[in-house]
Design a protein. Structure first.
Length: 160
């Protein structure tokens, strides 16, 4: 019966987010808690280089993603997090698509990301592994690349 309740919860959440409204999100305690629950680094977010977007339901932040510009034509997609109860409802994909549109609107040509555990997910939505040694200088200079993510994190990219 617990499994049936969980499936019902997922359906209710999915219905509530059928047309999610993606909004800019302040880097506050709620956003930092969501990122921490997903095991994501946030030490450099207060520096202001990353812009967060999120999806709220009943006033609660269910999902968030960030974009950090790196040079003239690239950015890091970072900090994609979805609250446990809202997972598998498509919110992550909606947020990634939103950040890709924002990046294109800014005239960027490529998004990069670092991941330790979601390479399969990002590959399914068009990202490919990219050699860390070949990373653009502005990406390599980011705190995310240089110090926050472990050297074992996979660098991936997607042309826009």
């Amino acid at each position: 019966m617990v499994g049936a309740v969980r499936i019902l919860d997922k359906r209710v959440i999915a219905e509530a987010h059928k047309r999610p409204r993606i909004v800019p999100v302040e880097i506050d305690a709620e956003a930092l808690a969501l990122l921490a629950s997903a095991g994501l680094q946030s030490a450099d977010l207060a520096l202001g280089a990353t812009h967060l977007f999120g999806i709220r339901h009943d006033g609660v932040l269910d999902a968030a993603v960030g974009i950090e510009r790196c040079g003239a034509d690239a950015a890091l997609l970072r900090s994609l997090a979805v609250a446990g109860a809202a997972r598998s409802c498509g919110l992550g994909g909606e947020l990634v698509a939103h950040v890709e549109r924002v990046a294109r609107d800014l005239g960027l040509r490529r998004l990069f990301l670092l991941t330790t555990d979601a390479a399969g997910y990002f590959a399914r939505i068009g990202y490919a592994e990219f050699s860390r040694e070949a990373a653009p200088a502005a990406v390599a200079a980011s705190a995310q690349f240089a110090s926050l993510c472990p050297a074992s994190a996979v660098l991936m990219s997607k042309p826009l």
